[in-house]
Design a protein around this ligand. Structure first.
Ligand code: AMP
Length: 186
């Protein structure tokens, strides 16, 4: 089985940027659940129509929906051939449990937590100015991150596949730190 990576971190920690760089460097397929949802919103699909209000409020789309989307995407042939970097999934313990089931025994090779302080991610999000980057939605997302997603760090650590990486610095510096963790894998 090719490389299976998960990239974790607060919104605004640079997950999307680093996942794209990892996809180039290691040839893995970049799956961003946020991008998939935004594409559904743009296409006006039923999922998109339902998800838009949830995303704009900074809330989490339901586990069943997200697990269904990811399960389907991971079963496509390209993943088995090239491997994957998951960006934005899992975000809850239920999603992590589902991922473990989808991947089976093999599990992810590495979960990378991009560590960036709250003050810094808030500034970055306000600067990037996405539709859902209002002050209310940002603070709601940060709150949900602490409540729902931060517990996943322990979840991955227990399974012996967590790498915590300092997310401050240039894109190149952060990429070098992540690559060092990946290259150290057995
Ligand atoms: P992102 O681009 O990863 O910041 O995701 C943007 C928004 O999409 C999030 O604030 C959530 O509303 C929704 N979203 C993306 N991934 C997930 C997920 N795994 N579970 C629940 N909601 C998600």
């Amino acid at each position: 089985m090719p490389l299976v990576l998960v990239i974790l971190g607060r919104q605004g920690s640079g997950k999307g940027t680093q996942a794209a760089l990892l996809s180039k460097r290691y040839g893995v397929v970049h799956i961003s659940t946020g991008d998939m949802l935004r594409a559904s919103v743009a296409a006006g699909t039923e999922l998109g129509l339902r998800a838009k209000a949830v995303i704009d409020a900074g809330n989490l789309v339901g586990d069943d929906i997200m697990i269904g989307i990811v399960d389907e995407r991971l079963s496509a042939d390209d993943i088995g051939v090239h491997g994957v970097v998951l960006d934005g999934f899992p975000r809850t313990t239920a999603q992590a449990d589902a991922l473990a089931e989808i991947l089976g025994q093999s599990g992810p090779d590495l979960a990378i937590n991009l560590d960036v302080p709250i003050a810094e991610v808030t500034e970055r999000m306000l600067a990037r100015g996405r539709d859902d980057d209002t002050e209310e939605a940002i603070s709601r997302r940060l709150e949900l991150y602490e409540a729902e997603t931060a517990p996943l760090l322990a979840w991955f650590e227990t399974r012996g596949c967590l790498a915590v990486v300092d997310g401050l610095g240039t894109e190149g510096e952060v990429l070098a730190r992540i690559s060092a963790a990946i290259d150290a894998l057995p």
